[in-house]
Design a protein around this ligand. Structure first.
Ligand code: HPA
Ligand code: ZN
Length: 324
């Protein structure tokens, strides 16, 4: 089973590129850029990764991103993730980036996207890994700031496939961003949104009905609402579930209690991704391995999860056929 998981061709649909910043690279970039870190060593950084909810993680995650300053930094970050993809047999990946985390610190949008894009182009050429880039709005910031970010991004529209919504969920419902998602749709961008990670099922309804998303990121709280479960199953709305993330952020106490298999058994289109692997203790392969062991998934389940991710990807039919 371990070998089958290792070589299973995978598609990753929920990965924050800033969340793939390993402590070793964080230290190297801090030195290169002369940035002071509040940690004395890589071990101290890893020891600080004890979270009790989403916000306690976000505080550390945004602080870590401060070492990212130059185009080369964003290239190195993205390239390091692509090497992990190669090791995990990931053939296609759809990557979130959070421009506001960087523009708020004075790093130009161009620096961020040019570095990420250059690595993704090299990844396709040298590693054969295809990718899509998803621009995420930070939901703890204002709707106006999100609209400005979208407008700033438009000159790079060729490099951006879709828009998303992330950061602190509770108190920042999807409805706050209805206008910016409408504008993004008018500009031709499909949408996804984090919903039902910590937030209530109502946020998932809003993401579907107001933001018109094609996928729900996380979505595990849907289980509390039978009508919503029926809709997700009927419309085969993909959920990008991140099991190790959910444990690290205390959405579930133990992996054995995770509802991923119940969601599958209810007929939902469930996929597995890693979210912020440098912070949550595993890339996508490890998420497959740990979840399979904890929930006693069989090979059919694992192949179904991998197939669902191909179906849920922002790819044309011919590319999906090649991945199936
Ligand atoms: N949830 C919300 N925002 C995020 C996450 C997450 O899991 N990871 C990075 N930003
Ligand atoms: Zn996420």
């Amino acid at each position: 089973m371990q070998d089958a998981i290792a070589t299973l061709p995978k598609v990753e649909l929920h990965l924050h590129i800033e969340g793939s910043l390993e402590p070793e690279l964080m230290f190297a970039l801090a030195e290169r850029n002369d940035v002071d870190l509040p940690y004395a060593s890589v071990e101290e950084v890893r020891a600080a990764y004890q979270f009790h909810d989403l916000q306690s993680f976000l505080d550390i995650y945004y602080a870590g991103a401060c070492v990212l300053l130059t185009e080369q930094d964003f290239y190195d970050l993205t390239w390091a993730y692509l090497e992990r993809c190669r090791d995990d047999h990931v053939r296609h990946t759809e990557i979130f980036f959070d421009p506001q985390t960087h523009t708020e610190r004075g790093v130009p949008f161009a620096t961020v996207i040019d570095g990420i894009h250059r690595a993704l182009a090299d990844g396709e050429r040298e590693l054969g890994i295809t990718s899509r880039l998803i621009l995420c709005f930070l939901r703890h910031l204002s709707a106006e700031a999100a609209m400005e970010t979208l407008e700033t991004a438009l000159p790079w529209r060729e490099h951006i496939h879709a828009v998303g919504l992330d950061s602190a969920e509770l108190g920042n419902p999807p409805e706050k961003f209805q206008a910016v998602f409408e504008r993004a749709r008018a500009e031709g961008f499909p949408a996804v949104a984090h919903a039902g990670e910590e937030g209530p099922p109502d946020y998932i309804w809003q993401a579907l009905d107001l933001l018109k998303v094609a996928r729900i990121d996380h979505g595990v709280q849907a289980e509390q609402d039978p009508d919503l479960m029926q809709r997700l199953a009927r419309e085969q709305i993909p959920l990008t579930v991140c099991p190790l993330s959910n444990i690290k952020l205390c959405v579930f106490e133990r992996l054995e209690q995770h509802n991923l298999k119940r969601l599958m058994d209810a007929g939902l289109c469930v996929t597995i991704s890693s979210d912020d692997p440098a912070y949550f203790g595993g890339y996508v392969g490890e998420n497959f391995r740990a979840t399979a062991a904890a929930l006693q998934l069989d090979l059919d389940d694992l192949e179904k999860l991998a197939r669902n991710a191909v179906d849920a990807a922002f790819l044309e039919a011919s590319a999906k056929q090649r991945l199936h």
